[in-house]
Design a protein around this ligand. Structure first.
Ligand SMILES: CC(=O)N[C@H]1[C@@H](OP(=O)(O)OP(=O)(O)OC[C@H]2O[C@@H](n3ccc(=O)[nH]c3=O)[C@H](O)[C@@H]2O)O[C@H](CO)[C@@H](O)[C@@H]1O
Ligand SMILES: C=C(OP(=O)(O)O)C(=O)O
Length: 417
């Protein structure tokens, strides 16, 4: 199993290209199931999760042609309407094939995703919404069996909570349903907007893009389109946290700063000096970070996917901070590992109290989930001595060669096979 070995205490200096967003690429690739035409995608990140979804899509009969970050999909010859447990269990976002398959073919059999390290993560809202659109859904043997005799029909759907992949699944389903669908309480994450923009390019009729009320007029069929996946705001903010923790002067290329204002404000509060020019951000840091307190919430609030990385910066800040996680019930698994490096964090329910330590000292630690892994990389880079991070397959799910990008700007970080 691969590990990362980090010798901490190195300042970062140089340019880092930001990849396309995992959380936009995954639903967008699933949208390939909605059409018999060619979907020509660029800026698709090289991630394990992308490979998993492509494997899943290929076994439905979707034709995949890949040239580095360019992926062309063709859904003219879909032969299987099933997403098997073996693939779904490795990646929860596989549930995103449900809406498109059901909408275009009137049938789908998708393994129920299990819970995962960060929480139980049910998909009841996806199912509830599809039922409101007329789908007949049974759950048997660990699989969601869904049928829409005739076709899905437009409906007014108000999800009980804001759900990102739930909104995406229902949005994709609604594009081919008969009549009008209104999605109330819709997620407004930039990745949902990126998917909606692609669907419009494919011929979908969607109003309210970027708001919490999406109105979709179903069409008979969608056609092929070209689309560049939006830049990954979480990857970009992760690198900014890294430089805030180590000090240095870096330039991020290919960013979309308009998609992560809240994180940028918090980074300024930390003391990171940033200059934004077009799609680049120059970020400079000297001295010890200021502590920052925050609560995670849905977009446009502070993203849960950045909670762990900001906590890593807080561990060495000059003062104490409070971090509250409101989206997932078990997203503090990095706390114990950071404490192994000398961090002083205590938790009370969904709140972590962090007392900034004068220094962290390297130690062997274990990655428990994707963003926890990234936070341990940051903490390891800020620590004195050597940190060995085990189970970095979590990191590879969602970061495109993180150690290569960080070594290129001066970090001492190597992958041990
Ligand atoms: C592939 C992808 O885009 N993943 C992102 C997506 O996950 P994902 O779409 O799975 O997260 P959701 O927005 O659906 O989850 C938000 C909350 O709603 C709950 N819930 C959700 C659906 C449902 O049917 N029932 C239910 O109870 C979840 O357990 C969670 O507590 O949004 C999360 C919240 O921004 C991010 O952390 C993930 O990186
Ligand atoms: C939780 C995440 O992803 P997923 O929903 O794919 O597990 C994440 O990107 O931080």
């Amino acid at each position: 199993m691969d590990k990362l070995q980090i010798n901490g205490g190195k300042r970062l200096n140089g340019e880092i290209p930001v990849s396309g967003a995992k959380n936009a690429a995954l639903p967008i690739l699933c949208a390939g199931l909605l059409t018999a035409g060619d979907l020509e995608l660029s800026n698709v990140p090289r991630l394990h999760d992308v490979r998993t979804i492509l494997k899943l899509l290929e076994q439905t009969g979707l034709k995949v042609t890949q040239d580095d970050e360019r992926v062309t999909l063709n859904g003219a010859n879909i032969t299987s309407l099933e997403a098997p447990y073996e693939l779904v269990k490795t990646m929860r976002a596989s549930i995103l094939v449900l809406g498109p398959l059901l909408a275009r073919f009137g049938e789908a059999k998708v393994s129920l995703p299990g819970g995962c390290a960060i929480g139980s993560r049910p998909v009841d809202q996806h199912i509830k919404g599809l039922r409101q659109m007329g789908a007949e859904i049974t759950i048997e043997g660990g699989y969601i069996h869904a049928k829409a005799p005739g076709k899905l029909k437009g409906a007014r759907i108000h999800t009980d909570m804001i759900t990102v992949t739930g909104t995406e699944n229902l949005l994709m389903a609604a594009t081919l349903a008969i009549g009008e669908t209104v999605l109330e309480n819709a997620a407004r994450e930039p990745e949902v907007t990126d998917l909606a923009n692609l669907l419009v390019a494919m011929g979908a009729k969607i109003e309210g893009i970027g708001t919490d009320r999406l109105v979709i007029q179903g069409v008979e069929a969608l056609h092929g389109a070209q689309h560049a996946v939006i830049s990954d705001r979480i990857e970009a903010a992760t690198f900014l946290c890294a430089v805030a923790a180590t000090g240095g002067d870096i330039v991020l290329l290919n960013t979309r700063t308009d998609t992560f204002d809240v994180a940028l404000d918090k980074l300024r509060e930390i003391g990171l000096q940033m200059t934004v020019q077009g799609d680049t951000i120059r970020a400079r840091m000297d001295g010890r970070p200021n502590p920052v307190s925050f609560r995670t919430t849905e977009y446009p609030g502070f993203p849960t996917d950045m909670q762990a990385q900001f906590m890593a910066v807080n561990t060495i800040a000059a003062g104490s901070s409070k971090v509250t996680e409101t989206i997932f019930e078990n997203r503090f698994m990095h706390v114990q590992e950071m404490n192994r490096l000398g961090a002083q964090i205590s938790t009370e329910g969904n709140t972590a109290n962090i007392l900034g330590a004068d220094r962290l000292v390297g130690a062997p630690v274990m990655a428990t989930d994707l963003r926890a892994s990234a936070s341990l990389v940051i903490a390891g880079m800020a620590a004195e001595g050597t940190t060995l991070i085990d189970r970095i397959y979590h990191l590879d799910r969602g970061y495109d060669r993180m150690e290569v990008k960080l070594s290129a700007v001066g970090a001492d970080i190597v992958r041990l096979k």
